[in-house]
Write a protein that binds this ligand. Structure first.
Ligand code: ZN
Length: 219
């Protein structure tokens, strides 16, 4: 039995990530793993940081966001302190491969968290082999029309304030704010196929089993 932690909602517009994470939890538990599910609270997401307060306040909070990022904190807590294996679920809107209609919806990807990503010094300290991302396919739509223009303006304002602190322009990943993959639309049904969740759970299971064998070899 391996302890496995499934994180979702780091990016709240990625509904399908949560859908698969919650169902994977059940499947992995049935396989005998000790499973913990962690939903990142909205108040701890980058969306909340960017959309709260004045643009100046948001830009200040943003400058400190990487250090406080809740998902990274969870990865450290479980991966480092509890020696669990952590899977952070996403349905990245910018992942053109995953969102392409030409690709079958089971084209998910699982990989190690990008330790070499210099953007976040916090991520550099994550233990190797214990932190993974899961990127599930999804289709995206613009957010509700009454939100769209306001959000575009907000992103511009926050980006402007951020740069006025003398910091480099930060990529706010506009798609996180301007697009959402909603459950329920007929086209989403194929992305919610239980067979997809089963494949993801099986791949996670393989990673966990491999991890156990690797750990056993260590003195
Ligand atoms: Zn994401």
């Amino acid at each position: 039995m391996a302890k496995v932690v499934l994180i979702w909602n780091e990016h709240p517009n990625e509904n399908l990530a949560g859908y698969h994470a919650r169902r994977c939890a059940k499947l992995l538990s049935d396989m005998g793993h000790e499973v913990v599910v962690e939903k990142v609270p909205f108040e701890k997401t980058i969306q909340h940081v960017v959309l709260s307060g004045t643009p100046k306040e948001a830009a200040r909070a943003l400058a400190d966001y990487e250090r406080k990022c809740a998902a990274t904190a969870l990865m450290k807590k479980y991966g480092m302190m509890q020696r669990a294996t952590v899977f952070n679920f996403h349905a990245t809107p910018a992942n053109e491969k995953a969102r392409s209609h030409n690709n079958p919806p089971h084209k998910f990807s699982i990989g190690s968290e990008p330790f070499a990503d210099a953007l976040s010094s916090e991520i550099l300290f994550l233990p190797k082999g214990r932190n993974y991302y899961v990127d599930v396919p999804a289709t995206y739509h613009p957010v509700a029309p009454d939100l769209l223009e306001g959000r575009k303006k907000r992103l511009e304002q926050v980006q402007g304030e951020f740069t006025s602190f003398g910091r480099a322009t930060r990529n706010l990943h506009p798609k996180y704010f301007l697009e959402v993959n909603k459950l329920g639309a007929p086209e989403q049904e194929k992305y919610m196929d239980p067979a997809i969740t089963m494949k993801i759970a099986n791949e996670i299971h393989q990673i966990l089993e491999k991890g156990k064998r690797t750990n056993k070899r260590k003195p």
